[in-house]
Design a protein around this ligand. Structure first.
Ligand SMILES: [Zn+2]
Length: 275
């Protein structure tokens, strides 16, 4: 009946499966706990889908539609700012007869509603927001500088400490080569820009989808705040369909560099469950 989902475990021996299996178990426990504590919101909150409609939705993502969506993302998410020329063209395109509202008039009722909606409170708020936006940039730069100063030298939590041999082995040498090599020589799709990344983080409620740590807890080596990585589930860095993207913290992202095939299946299964 319907679409058969293949378990990510299928065809794997116990031995090769073990690491991913353990990680999956731990992850699902954390997820359950966070749901209980109300820190995670179910993805389908407010809209309960029947099994039938879930299957339908999954089927709707045909390879053709995936390709089309991907193309759409390219044009939507190139991240290039609109040029002045482009903005003018756009404006002209919607002028006069070309505007969808051309020839139509708001009813008196609508006009009244529009007027009323600008209450003095809303006006005040609007003015405040504009002001905040103007000074926000400066304030955050200042805060960043202060935060940096606090972490220099003795104040840094890693000050005077050394990585153990084991850790060094893990983070350098061949492992690091695999990792870096994978990144620097594979081209990312043009649409894989900050905007798309941020959308995925938002979709994932700013939590690593493996250990569910919140982005606010993540730090760089230098103890600076670190954003969640966006992982390409099938390891194809040009496939930037949102269904192929998932937020992971650096630790969990590193884990995925081994047993790639298993991790691909595992996260595909995960993402499938989200729709
Ligand atoms: Zn994680």
């Amino acid at each position: 009946m319907g679409l058969k989902r293949i378990s990510w475990r299928k065809g794997l021996t116990k031995e090769t499966d073990e690491r991913v299996s353990k990680a999956a178990e731990k992850s699902s426990k954390t997820k359950k706990r966070l749901f209980k504590e109300g820190k995670l919101i179910p993805h389908n909150k407010g809209k309960k889908f029947s099994e039938e409609s879930k299957i339908k939705m999954r089927k709707a993502w045909t390879p053709k539609r995936r390709r089309e969506q991907s193309k759409r993302n390219i044009t939507m998410n190139t991240g290039e700012k609109h040029t002045k020329e482009h903005i003018m063209k756009n404006r002209l395109a919607h002028l006069g007869k070309n505007n969808h509202f051309y020839g139509e008039k708001h009813t008196k009722e609508t006009k009244e509603k529009m007027k009323k909606s600008w209450t003095s409170e809303r006006r005040k708020k609007h003015a405040e927001t504009s002001k905040m936006n103007a000074i926000g940039r400066k304030a955050s730069d200042e805060t960043r500088r202060k935060m940096r100063e606090q972490r220099i030298g003795e104040k840094n939590s890693f000050y005077g400490k050394k990585h153990t041999k084991e850790t060094l082995n893990r983070i350098s040498g061949e492992n690091a080569v695999n990792w870096r090599g994978g990144i620097s020589f594979e081209p990312y799709g043009k649409e894989f820009n900050n905007h798309l990344r941020e959308q995925i983080r938002q979709r994932d409620q700013y939590r690593c989808q493996q250990c569910f740590r919140h982005q606010s807890e993540l730090r760089t080596k230098k103890n600076n705040p670190r954003k969640l990585d966006i992982h390409h589930i099938n390891f194809i860095k040009t496939d930037n369909n949102p269904q192929n993207l998932i937020s992971l913290c650096l630790n969990c992202h590193n884990q995925t560099q081994f047993n790639r095939e298993q991790w691909t299946r595992y996260f595909q299964d995960r993402i499938g469950g989200m729709i």
